[in-house]
Design a protein around this ligand. Structure first.
Ligand SMILES: [Cu+2]
Length: 192
């Protein structure tokens, strides 16, 4: 392998190591959900949670849980809460049947993450059971209204600007290329 090829390989490997875009595989994962996917719970008021392996970020309008019934209609939920590793919401499951939970939030490393799972409700419910945002609102970080959706790209941009996690990687990358090229040129001129 000639020096130039070797240098190119080293630079490529370094970039793969330090560039956060290629860190997607290191994303925060789901530890568990409540209810568990496929579980059956009672109709009525339920806390629906997604619990992650790492903390999630409590950024304005970046976390959301949308729950739809078997007909695809969005059901009432309130009190979206980001607490440490958990994304929680209180939902009112009006009928027995299948429900789908679509969630999105931002991982601690600033990457937007999203997913969905389904569960089933059985029995009947009384609407009067639904007292908005009571139990969950005991600590801070509570968003009372269902947040407005924010495009994922906008969230990512906000996070990058706020934490400045991206530009140091690029500066480091450019430095590596510069030093590598310098060494290569010097070596060549010493040889020749
Ligand atoms: Cu990530």
């Amino acid at each position: 392998m000639n020096a130039l090829k070797k240098l190119a390989t080293v630079v490529a490997l370094l970039f793969m190591t330090i560039n956060p875009i290629s860190m997607a595989s290191a994303h925060t994962e789901i530890d568990h959900t409540t209810p568990s996917a496929g579980d059956t719970v009672d109709a009525g008021v339920q806390t629906v949670s997604v619990v992650f392996t790492d903390k999630i970020l409590d950024l304005a309008n970046s976390s959301e849980i949308i729950i739809t019934d078997a007909d695809g209609n969005e059901i009432e939920n309130t009190c979206v809460e980001v607490k440490n590793t958990s994304l929680n919401v209180q939902a009112f499951l009006p009928n027995a049947g299948d429900y789908e939970v679509n969630w999105r939030t931002v991982a601690e490393d600033g990457h937007p993450i999203e997913g969905k799972f389904s569960f089933t409700a059985s029995g009947t419910a009384e609407q009067s059971d639904f007292a908005a945002c009571q139990d969950l609102a005991t600590e801070g970080n509570v968003v009372i209204a269902t947040p407005k959706a924010m495009p994922l790209g906008a969230v990512e941009k906000t996070v990058k600007t706020e934490t400045g996690i991206v530009w140091p990687f690029w500066v480091a990358g450019i430095l590596v290329i510069g030093v590598g090229a310098f060494v290569l040129v010097r070596r060549k001129s010493t040889k020749g």
